[in-house]
Write a protein that binds this ligand. Structure first.
Ligand code: B12
Ligand code: SF4
Length: 561
């Protein structure tokens, strides 16, 4: 059944695996190392844009899991949702970062990517061009829009892309649709880096065509931005005023209740850059959680040093935290100072070991680590990796990655990091790549090679990570070397086995990535089937007004048809 919409958006999932291969011989990175990763959470951006377009009267379909769609499925989806009056089709670039094939790379880790890449994650540019022509043969005035957190203006070099909307989209995207509809003049590049959309009064309603399942974890936004400004981190809303860009608590409570009533949702991924930068906000949220007639559990980005310094361990548990995704980044105290996280990391580890025996015994803790920071030497790196592998490491899971040092001036809505702005002041000297493969990847993704003051070379860090990964694959603690804290907390969506049972099976080598992929494939097939069975789309006939001063509703007049 054809159900054309005004706007069709393709998006990806958080932490989705590389592919859904069921071939035992497939040795791609994700398959070898990540049996404990699952795609249990969808991401917010495309749905938030869809909601704001729906509020303006447009019908919108978001297509999830788009990285896994075959070319045939892309055509089927387009034939169902694109009609002669469709105004735009688009992609949310943020979650489509993985290098699926040389041309399938939309965005790369932490980079500004998307330069001259594709708007659709299909096998090659020719297929994308054919699909784009097909769309325009159905709706000649339909525009191709790409948007996302830090998508780059140079994406317009791809002739299949008509418009780039970089940064936040609640205000710009409905405006663009309105202009297309009214045939008024449209620009090719839009950006909203600081969020024109007012966060304190921000609402979010998920609609039936978003195809939420009862068991999945859902994204939830409580605040935007971060009060800190770590030297490697790049985003425009860093260093914000404490307490700013925070949503009203009544609106958050309402959203939690609506999701529970409509979909039975009890699991949330807090999409905030740093969930625990402010105790007052946590206290308010804990109050909301306490007042709910059901229990919720949360995963969130947490600064572990703040948990210790601001005594937040119990407070975070009261908020429902079951999975703390931390960025300790380094165990070398000099490098910790370089990035702006001054607390001695080994003291933090000792303290974590204690609370993991006590108040946080049911909270799974993951951390990322960066290789090749300004004060890293070969000795400190060796010692850090030894510790991470050892039984002394109190983390449930961890990942190590080289420092990606983006070039300046990448024409995106993103703010450049302190490292990118002035590498020399951190003792990093830019040098050419010697490895052809890395040079190729780096050029497409605008990061550069450097040598630090102790002679550590960025390029070598890629090899160190690779060697460490191989060692971990054989090591008794090797199961920790993946992003699996969320899996431990929530299990694998679509699988009835308890996470502890799965973990034991993984350790006994009786549950592999093949078993995981079978479950993921079932979830994906089920999703596509429901997508292709959609019969109608939501329109909001009336919207909710929110009093910005006291953040209470002044009228609830929202109705779905
Ligand atoms: C929460 C989060 C996560 C969580 C997600 C949990 C979940 N279920 O959602 C986890 C930990 C899983 C995660 C993982 C990763 N993340 Co992350 N993450 C974030 C974070 C902090 C918030 C994202 C968010 O939801 N924001 C709130 C929503 C409302 O904003 P938004 O997504 O940007 O959407 C807006 C706009 O982008 C735009 N928009 C979105 N879609 C569309 C579509 C169209 C057509 C248009 C026009 C506009 C538009 O409008 C939206 C509303 O304003 C951002 C940083 C940031 N502040 O954005 C990084 C960020 C998205 N992550 C990033 C990265 C690199 C990663 C990882 C690769 C890290 C890693 N090494 O593994 C993985 C990638 C996973 C994947 N599958 O690709 C980068 C992405 C860079 C890029 N691709 O452009 C970011 C931007 C951080 C950064 N500055 O580098 N992440
Ligand atoms: S790394 Fe985390 S704490 Fe540091 S500025 Fe970025 S979001 Fe904030």
């Amino acid at each position: 059944m054809k159900t054309p919409v005004d706007f069709l958006i393709f998006t990806g999932r958080a932490n989705d695996i590389e592919n859904l291969s069921l071939h035992p011989g497939d040795k791609t990175y994700g398959n070898v190392f990540q049996p404990l990763i699952s795609t249990t959470t969808r991401t917010l951006g495309a749905y938030k844009v869809a909601y704001h377009c729906r509020l303006q009267g447009f019908s919108v379909q978001v297509v999830d899991y788009s990285k896994f769609l075959s070319t045939e499925q892309f055509y089927n989806i387009i034939d169902k949702f694109v009609g002669p009056n469709t105004l735009a089709v688009g992609t949310s670039t943020t979650w489509l970062y993985q290098p699926l094939s040389p041309r399938k790379t939309l965005n790369m880790v932490g980079q500004y990517g998307f330069e001259a890449a594709q708007w659709l994650p299909v096998e090659n540019f020719e297929i994308e061009t054919e699909i784009t022509k097909h769309i325009k043969s159905i709706s000649p005035d339909c525009k191709v829009i790409v948007g996302g957190a830090i998508v780059n203006e140079d994406s317009l070099k791809n002739p299949n892309i008509d418009i780039v909307a970089s940064g936040y989209g609640e205000v710009t995207v409905p405006d663009i649709l309105m202009s297309i509809k009214n045939k008024s003049k449209i620009k090719q590049y839009y950006e909203d880096p600081h969020s024109l959309h007012e966060i304190s009064t921000s609402t979010m309603t998920w609609c039936p065509e978003d195809l939420i399942t009862k068991t999945e974890g859902m994204p939830l936004e409580i605040a935007r931005g971060c009060i800190f400004q770590c030297s490697f981190c790049s985003f425009r809303l860093l260093g914000k005023e404490p307490g700013s860009y925070v949503r009203g608590k009544d609106l958050i409570r309402e959203e939690l209740i609506r999701n529970y009533d409509n979909y039975g949702t009890t699991r949330y991924w807090i999409s905030d850059d740093t969930f625990n930068d402010d105790n007052e906000r946590l206290e308010q949220f804990a109050e909301v959680v306490k007042s709910l007639p059901f229990e919720i559990s949360l995963s969130a980005f947490i600064r572990l040093d703040l948990v210790m310094l601001k005594k937040q361990a119990q407070l975070l548990k009261d908020c429902g935290l079951v999975f703390a995704h931390c960025g300790i980044e380094t165990l070398n105290s000099e490098s910790a100072k370089d990035i702006g996280k001054g607390l001695n990391p080994m003291k933090l580890m000792d303290w974590l070991r204690e609370i993991k025996q006590d108040v946080w015994k049911d909270v799974f803790v993951h951390s990322n680590f960066i290789l090749g920071l300004p004060s890293d030497s070969k000795d400190t790196l060796r010692e850090n990796l030894r510790f991470l592998k050892s039984d002394d490491n109190p983390l449930d899971s961890f990942v190590v990655s080289p420092l990606y040092l983006p070039k300046q001036g990448t024409k995106s809505s993103n703010e450049e990091s302190k490292f990118t702005n002035d590498p020399e002041s951190f003792g990093m000297k830019i040098i050419p790549w010697s490895d052809d493969y890395l040079k190729f990847v780096a050029e497409g993704n605008t990061f550069q090679n450097y040598i630090n003051k102790h002679g550590v070379v960025s390029e070598e860090m890629f090899r160190v990570r690779q060697r460490f990964a191989s060692t971990m694959a054989q090591h008794k603690n090797g199961y920790k070397f993946v992003f699996h804290g969320q899996f431990r907390a929530w299990g694998l969506d679509g699988c009835d086995l308890h996470p502890d049972k799965i973990l034991q099976l993984v350790k006994d080598k009786k549950f592999t990535w093949l078993d995981r992929n079978k479950i993921e494939k079932k979830n994906f097939d089920n999703y596509v089937e429901r997508l292709m069975s959609i019969e109608k789309h939501t329109s909001f006939v009336q919207s909710q007004l929110v009093d910005a001063d006291n953040l209470k509703k002044v009228s609830i007049a929202r109705e779905l048809v």
